[in-house]
Structures are given as structure tokens and as C-alpha cells.
Design a protein around this ligand. Sequence first.
Ligand SMILES: NC(=O)C1=CN([C@@H]2O[C@H](COP(=O)(O)OP(=O)(O)OC[C@H]3O[C@@H](n4cnc5c(N)ncnc54)[C@H](O)[C@@H]3O)[C@@H](O)[C@H]2O)[C@@H](O)CC1
Ligand SMILES: [K+]
Length: 501
Amino acid sequence: MSIELLSPAEMAQADRKAIEAGPFDGMGLMRNAGAAVAREVLRRHPGAERVHVLCGPGNNGGDGYVVARMLAESGVPVSLWASGEPRPDSDAARAAGECPLKPMPLAGFSAQAGSVIVDALYGAGLSRPVDGDCARAVELVSALGLPVVAIDLPSGISGESGKAMGPAFRAGLTVTFARKKPGHLLMPGREFCGEVALADIGISDPIIEGLGVQTFVNCPELWLAEFPVPGVDTHKYRRGHVCAFSGGPASTGAARLSALAAARSGAGAVTVLSPGNALAVNAMHLTSIMLRKTDDRDELDAFLADRHPSAFVLGPGFGVGEKARAFAMAVLASQAGVGGLVLDADGITSFREAPDELFAAAANAMPAFVLTPHDGEFARLFPDLAADERLSKPDRARQAAARAHGVVIAKGPDTVIAAPDGRAAVNPNGAPWLATAGSGDVLAGLVAGLLAQGMPAFEAACAAVWMHAEAGVRFGPGLIAEDLPRALVPVLAELVAMRCG
Ligand SMILES: NC(=O)C1=CN([C@@H]2O[C@H](COP(=O)(O)OP(=O)(O)OC[C@H]3O[C@@H](n4cnc5c(N)ncnc54)[C@H](O)[C@@H]3O)[C@@H](O)[C@H]2O)[C@@H](O)CC1
Ligand SMILES: [K+]
């Protein structure tokens, strides 16, 4: 598996362990890293009139000296600029010693149209905002619109959080080593990195596996083994029964979107639980999906006892208030074999004054609990975590999940899914087309549909987020939420084929 996302500290540990294990020492890894970058520069920019290599004082700069040497050996006109001397006796100093070009001070950096920039100023070691000559170089390159190939990370972007620590290069290509880092996928890092190419520099899989990494790229490899595929002998209730709570007569569409998505995900039966005064509106728009009047806790309890549903979606279009709180508590307290509760939108906001009550109920609940907040909703339930600027999005979501005793889907262009046990996955395939009304309702329904089919909560949440994004990307411009359930069909077909193949 190459789906681990390594923090800068984990990457440094991987480097150390690889050096201990051999065959490459630090210099060997650096030569491999530089060679991989030089190859990409030659491949992507064969017509470059000149390549400017900008080296910092650390090992990222060391990679830069290797790139400069190899490009020069290939006959490319190279200008080498350095922001400072490498530490004596470091690998970077050795790489500089092997490079036949003499670096010019970065303070005098200038470049012309037709040039390509190799950014080797800072990588994993970035510890504060880029300033001085480096910041001026960032500005100049951006003003000239020159293509940038970043080594490991664009200088100025945190590998841990993806945050821009002051000025940062906007790369067209970032070449990183062994595994991607969270900052390659988290915003705004994802945008600053451009395309990310992964190079093997001689750090073996067992070394990475030994690190106990808890952060992953959200892709089918992470959860496919748990993806539900019905057996030939199945029947509809064995494929799970999802229920979506509808709002009043003027806000019923959201629950129907959740219901449709749950049905598309493979749940065998889906019911919309509707207030009596919205039954007629819902009935007019439902065909294969069932409908049941549920106005109060008694009616919900009777339904639970009578039909033994598998998973619930509560929140889309539901309205904020006591009724949402009572229904959520009833589902979490259910001993009737309910597999999961997905709390979204108004369901989340309903607990803004009393999140601890919700979390205490989830701690003792039989149903798996999944929360799907966007940033605003996240801040309502976890104001302290939302305000803590030191936390990366995965760490924020991890802490929220542990506190909530549930899986948290922290939505956004870089959706993060986190479990109470510390696992977190960063979604790589989000697209702007998904930022449309009702898109979240579809996601909530998908999660519930997968929970109903017995998929474990973290994997169900990850799979739903990935499928939702994939359907949106493939549909592209013009997407509205109503399109998503249908757009899921080819994605599902491929997953089932992969699972069975
Ligand atoms: N053996 C290894 O450790 C390998 C490291 N590799 C490269 O090494 C890089 C990491 O090297 P380093 O740990 O030396 O870190 P960097 O080269 O990213 O940074 C060097 C040093 O600069 C200082 N610094 C950080 N931010 C600054 C700022 N904004 N302004 C001024 N100074 C600042 C810090 O003291 C930091 O340690 C990776 O990104 C990768 O490119 C690769 O060569 C593969 C092998
Ligand atoms: K860099």
C-alpha cells in the first residue's frame, strides 16, 4: 500500500530507518531524490531555455544541488542560486561539493521568460514563514509567471497542515519522495503543489509500515475490502433498511435526496419518515422509497420496534430544535439493532448548546455514529478545536471524533474523515462542482446506505466521501444534487467489479 500520508516527523524517521537499513546512506537517498526531480524536469520541460535552481541551506537545498549537477551534465543551461551555505559536514554540503556550478547569492536572483524554476529552498524542514530574499524570489517568479517544479513541497507550504506560512511558490509540479505528505492534499497546499509526482528513492515499504502511520489518502485501497457486495441469495432487508427524517411541507427535498442516495448505494429498503403535514408532498415525489408518518417520539419508537431499521439520516432540511434532539437521542438509545445514525446539517446545529449531551449518548450507543459537519457546523459543536490555529485539519477532526465518540466527516474541498481511534483520511478527489445545494444531503444518505449494509463506520464514511466526489468529478460542470444518485451508478459498478475481481 502506498496510501500512507507521512508527517514531516514521520518522513524524517523513515529517512533515518532507511539509512540504518541500507543500502543507501543519507547522501545516497539525496542523490536518488535529486535524480528523480531532474528526470521530471527534463521530461516536462524539454524546451526550457534555462533552469534556475534555488537552493536553501538544508537538505531540500541539498536535493537542489543534485538536480543542478544532473541537469548541467545533460547539457541544460542551469543557473544556481543559494539563500545560504549548507551546514558543514551535512549531506547538503556534500551535494554542493559534488556540483560543478558555483551558486550565486539568492539576493541577486533574476530570471527571464522561457526559464523554469526548481524550488529547493525549503521542504519538510520549513518551520516559519519564508521571508527576505526567499520571499522576494517567490514574488518575482509569480510576477513573471514562470513554471515551478517544487522539490518535496513548494517552499512556504507546511507538509503537516497544507497551510501557507506566508509567501509560497505556486508549483505546476511537486516531486515528493516515498509517500505523499498531508500538505499535498490539504488546502491550500493542494493548490500550491500542482500535480504531485511520487518518486521512489529507496525507502522500502516495510520501513513505512513500521512507522504506525495513522493518516491516509482516502482511496478505494483504504476501504475496498469492507465494501458491501450482495450475495446471490440476498433479499432486500438483508441489504439494509435506511430511514431519512423529512422536514416540514416546505423542506422535504433534502431528506428525499438522502433517501435516493441511500437506495443507490445498495440499501435494500429506504423509508422517508415524514411529519403528517408533509406526507402528501413526500408521497408525490416517491416511488420505490417508502413513506411513514413520524411526528413524535412515540411514533418513532413504534417504528423502531416494528421495522428494525438499520441506519438513519437525521438533519437535512429537518429544522433546528427540540424535535431533532429528541429523535437523535431516541435513535442512539435504541436497542433494536440499529446499525448507525448519520447526523448532518440541522441535526448538528440542534446540539450547538449541548454537544456534550450528544457525545455522552453516542459513547453508550449501539448504533455507529457519524457526524458530517462543514466548517460552520464543526465550529458549532467544537468551538475550541475550530479556533485552534495550531491544529491541522486531520488533527482537529481526530480530536473531534474522539470527543464525539463517532466518525467525523469534516467537509470541504479537502474533506477529512476521522475515527475516534485516531485514524484519519484526506480526500484527494473533491471538485468544485460538488459545492451545490443538496450535495451534502446526498453524502449523508450514502454514508447511511453503506452503514446499513454493515460497512464499519470509518470505512463507510471514507467510501461515501470518495464515491460522492468521484461521481461529481465525472459529471462535471452543470452538476446539481439531483444528478448525483444517478452519477453514482458507474462508480459503483467499477467498485463492485474491483471488489469481485
Ligand atoms: N536523508 C534525508 O533526510 C533526506 C532528505 N531529503 C530532503 O530533505 C528535506 C528536508 O531537509 P531539512 O530537514 O534539512 O529541511 P529543509 O531543507 O526543508 O529546511 C532546512 C532548515 O531551514 C531552516 N528553516 C526552516 N524554515 C525556514 C524559513 N522560513 N526561513 C529560513 N530558514 C528556515 C530550518 O532550520 C530547517 O531545518 C526534504 O524536504 C527533502 O527534500 C531528501 O534528500 C531525501 C533524503
Ligand atoms: K521546496
